[in-house]
Design a protein around this ligand. Structure first.
Ligand SMILES: NC(=O)c1ccc[n+]([C@@H]2O[C@H](COP(=O)([O-])OP(=O)(O)OC[C@H]3O[C@@H](n4cnc5c(N)ncnc54)[C@H](O)[C@@H]3O)[C@@H](O)[C@H]2O)c1
Ligand SMILES: [Zn+2]
Length: 366
C-alpha cells in the first residue's frame, strides 16, 4: 500500500522552489537528484558513523540515476563542526575537482548538513547543494530552511550563510539505525512544530504519539511531513529571519540555557526543547497570556512522545537564570520570549530580565 505521507513537499524561498522528497528508502535518490540537476559527477560528503551504515545504499541509488559519485568522509560529531574541518573539506572538494555545476550532497545528520552546506556555499562562491538527512532532527528541522554554519570557540553556528538546497531527500529507512535517544531528539522539534502548526497537526500528533514511540513507519512519515510543512511555511514567509521565523525559537531560550548548564550533550537538544517549551507555556499561562489548560495539553503530548516535561531537581537554578539572561536574543533589560497563546498561535513578548527567575521556576513545576 502506498503511504500517503511519502511524496514531495515543495519549499519556496525568495522566488526559488525546491522539493523535499519523503521516501521509504534510498532507491529513488539518484533519479530525484537528476530531476533537478543534470547528472554527472557528484560529491557525497558523510561521516565515519553514517558511511558504513548508509553510503553503499546511497552510492548504488546515485549510480542507478546516472551519477558518478565521489565520497568524502569527515569525523563524526558536533565538536568537529568547526572551521578546521571546514577548511579541510573545502580543500578536498577543490581536489576532486568540483566545478560550478558539481552538486555537493550531505549524507548525515544536522552536523553534516550544516558543515557541508557551508562548504557548498563557499567553494567557487557556491555550488549546488543537496541534503540527504539521516536523523529525525535533520529531517524535521536542520535540512529545511537554508541555514548552514559551523561553530567557533565564541559559540555555536556563528560563522555561516543562508544557502538553500536544490533538493532535500529524506530516506526513512535510514532512521532504522538511529538510537532511541537520537530519535527523541527529533521528536522535541516535532512537538514544537505541532504547537506552531495549529489544531489539526497537534491533534494528529496526539493520535500518532503511541505509534511514533514504537517507530511505526506511517506515523513517522506523517510526523516528518507535518513538521516539514510547518517549517517550510515559516521559512517561506521569512527566509532571512527578520520576523516570523523567530517563532521557530519556541522553547529554545530555556533549551539553550539547559544545555549549557547541564553541559552540552548531557541533556539532548530535543529533550531540552521539550522542557523549555513546557516552561514557557506554564509561565505564559500563569501570566494570563495563554488559554487556560494549554500547558496541561502540551504536557500530555510531551509525555506521550516519551519526552521529559521538566529537568531533574538538581539542575542549578541560579546558573539557568544567568544563562537565560545572557541569551543571544537579549535586548538590553528584556529578553524576547516566543509564547504560545494557543495551539497554532504564538506571539513574541519582551519580558524584563527581572522575570527570568519566575521563568526558570516554571521549568521545575510539575
Ligand atoms: N541548519 C538548521 O536550521 C539547523 C536546525 C537545527 C539543528 N541544526 C544543527 O544540527 C545539529 C544536530 O543535528 P543531529 O541531531 O542530526 O546531530 P548529528 O548530525 O551529530 O547526528 C547525531 C548522531 O547520529 C549519527 N547518525 C546520523 N544518522 C544516523 C543514522 N541513520 N543511524 C545511526 N546514526 C546516525 C551521527 O553521525 C551522530 O553521531 C546541530 O549542530 C545543530 O546546530 C541546524
Ligand atoms: Zn532546536
Amino acid at each position: 500500500m502506498v503511504n500517503a505521507s511519502f511524496g514531495t513537499v515543495n519549499v519556496e524561498v525568495e522566488g526559488e522552489a525546491y522539493p523535499v522528497v519523503l521516501a521509504p528508502g534510498f532507491e529513488g535518490l539518484g533519479q530525484a537528484v537528476a530531476a533537478v540537476l543534470p547528472a554527472g559527477r557528484i560529491v557525497v560528503v558523510t561521516n565515519d558513523v553514517v558511511a558504513p551504515l548508509h553510503a553503499a545504499a546511497a552510492e548504488q541509488a546515485l549510480r542507478a540515476g546516472g551519477w558518478d559519485p565521489a565520497f568524502v568522509v569527515l569525523p563524526d560529531g558536533e565538536r568537529h563542526k568547526n572551521l578546521d574541518i571546514w577548511r579541510d573539506l573545502v580543500g578536498r572538494l577543490l581536489d576532486v575537482p568540483v566545478d560550478r555545476r558539481t552538486p555537493v550532497l550531505a549524507l548525515g545528520g544536522g552536523v553534516t548538513g550544516d558543515m557541508v552546506g557551508f562548504a557548498a556555499a563557499s567553494v567557487l562562491r557556491g555550488v549546488p547543494f543537496v541534503q540527504v538527512p539521516t536523523t529525525l532532527l535533520a529531517m524535521v528541522d536542520a535540512s529545511v530552511g537554508g541555514k548552514v554554519a559551523v561553530n567557533t570557540i565564541q559559540g555555536k553556528n556563528l560563522v555561516g550563510a543562508f544557502w538553500q538546497p536544490r533538493l532535500v531527500y529524506a530516506p526513512f529507512a535510514a532512521l532504522e539505525t538511529l538510537s532511541d535517544a537520537e530519535l527523541r531528539c527529533g521528536l522535541g522539534e516535532v512537538l514544537k512544530h505541532a504547537v506552531l502548526g495549529g489544531e489539526g497537526p497537534f491533534a494528529a500528533l496526539e493520535a500518532d504519539a503511541p505509534a511514533l514511540r514504537n517507530r511505526g513507519s506511517e506515523a513517522v512519515a506523517r510526523a516528518v511531513r507535518a513538521s516539514v510543512v510547518c517549517k517550510a511555511a515559516v521559512v517561506a514567509a521569512d527566509p532571512r529571519e527578520l520576523g516570523v521565523r523567530a517563532t521557530l525559537n519556541l522553547g529554545h531560550t530555556l533549551a539553550h540555557a539547559i544545555e549549557a548548564v547541564a553541559g552540552y550533550g548531557a541533556i539532548r537538544h530535543g529533550e531540552a526543547v521539550a522542557m523549555g517549551l513546557m516552561a514557557v507555556t506554564k509561565y505564559s499561562e500563569a501570566a494570563g497570556w495563554s488559554h487556560s489548560g494549554l500547558s496541561r495539553r502540551v504536557a500530555g503530548l510531551c509525555v506521550g512522545l516519551g519526552l521529559p516535561a521538566r529537568p531533574a531537581d538538581d539542575l542549578d537554578r541560579d546558573a539557568l537564570v544567568r544563562a537565560v539572561a545572557f541569551d543571544k536574543k537579549r535586548d538590553r533589560a528584556t529578553i524576547t520570549l516566543v509564547v504560545p497563546a494557543a495551539i497554532g498561535q504564538v506571539v513574541l513578548r519582551n519580558v524584563p530580565l527581572t522575570e527570568v527567575p519566575a521563568l526558570v521556576d516554571a521549568l521545575f513545576e510539575s
